[in-house]
Design a protein around this ligand. Structure first.
Ligand SMILES: O=C(O)C(=O)Cc1ccccc1
Length: 268
């Protein structure tokens, strides 16, 4: 199976994608990956969804909420960042915004003078460092070589750093099977207790929520949609009942059932 993920080759997303596909293609933004799966150009996509230090990848949440894709698996991988450069003499660090944020304290402490530059991915930053000796990249240490050395390893601000990826697929691949599910809820309403009602729909049926994230709807200030992950499969009656209740609460808006899936931990 072919999958599309964040490129160029050597990103953390690429490493996660190898767990689902032998053949991996690349795009340089999450929205472009979601588009390429939404249109059926690729059967699978792999996108970063949240990180244990930096939190949500909001570009991914927003792209998913405005598409019709399904989620077929989650992959969790540890992230260990290395600083990669031609030599210690660099004045710019170029990397993915999440990687720069995950190493913020390290960079401020050790390189207070360097300029940080956000680029499309960690591998794009590494490529810039390979072309230009005044630039360092942050990425997986396997990206060293061909003129690039590992200047420092394990530079993330917390030693425990993990990222969760979603494997996405066209709508036709949506599954009700699996131990976890994800839905996006847009209530298009605002009254006291709305969120409490949403949470009660799950609590009353003994369904554990593993995450709830609000994102602006984009329609008006103070109007939100909610990304909800819960520990039950959509094949289960309690999950169907909970979502019936949620549909009622969101009767002025919409509910997207992205699907049920299992979790896989990938070490590398
Ligand atoms: O840029 C990458 O390598 C990505 O796959 C995004 C990312 C960045 C930092 C940590 C995890 C994923």
């Amino acid at each position: 199976m072919q999958a599309v993920t964040l490129g160029p080759a050597g990103t953390y997303s690429h490493r996660a994608a190898r767990a689902v596909a032998d053949d991996v293609a690349f795009r340089e933004s999450v929205s472009a990956i979601v588009d390429a799966v939404n249109t059926g150009e690729y059967e699978r996509g792999v996108v970063p969804i949240e990180n244990s230090i930096e939190g949500s990848v909001t570009e991914t949440l927003d792209a998913i909420a405005s598409s019709n894709i399904s989620v077929t698996r989650e992959i969790v991988t540890p992230i260990r960042h290395a600083l990669l450069a031609q030599s210690e003499e660099f004045s710019v660090v170029a990397s993915h915004s999440q990687a720069l944020a995950q190493c913020r304290t390290y960079l401020e402490t050790n390189y207070p003078e360097v300029k940080l530059e956000a680029v499309a991915s960690t591998a794009r930053g590494v490529e810039r460092a390979r072309e230009d000796s005044s630039i360092a990249g942050i990425g997986h240490p396997d990206n060293a070589g061909e003129g690039l050395s590992v200047i420092a390893e394990d530079i993330q601000d917390q030693s425990s750093n993990a990222t969760r990826f979603f494997v996405i697929a066209p709508e036709s691949a949506r599954s009700d099977a699996g131990g976890k599910s994800t839905v996006v809820v847009y209530p298009n309403a605002n009254y006291p207790g709305l969120l409490l009602e949403l949470l009660e729909a799950f609590a009353e049926r003994n369904i554990n929520l593993s995450r709830i994230e609000s994102r602006p709807s984009g329609n008006r200030l103070g109007d939100y949609l909610f990304h909800v992950d819960f520990e039950a499969g959509l094949y289960e009656e309690r999950a169907q009942d909970a979502l019936d209740a949620v549909e009622e609460i969101a009767s002025r808006g919409w509910v997207k059932r992205l699907g049920s899936y299992d979790s896989q931990h990938v070490l590398y």
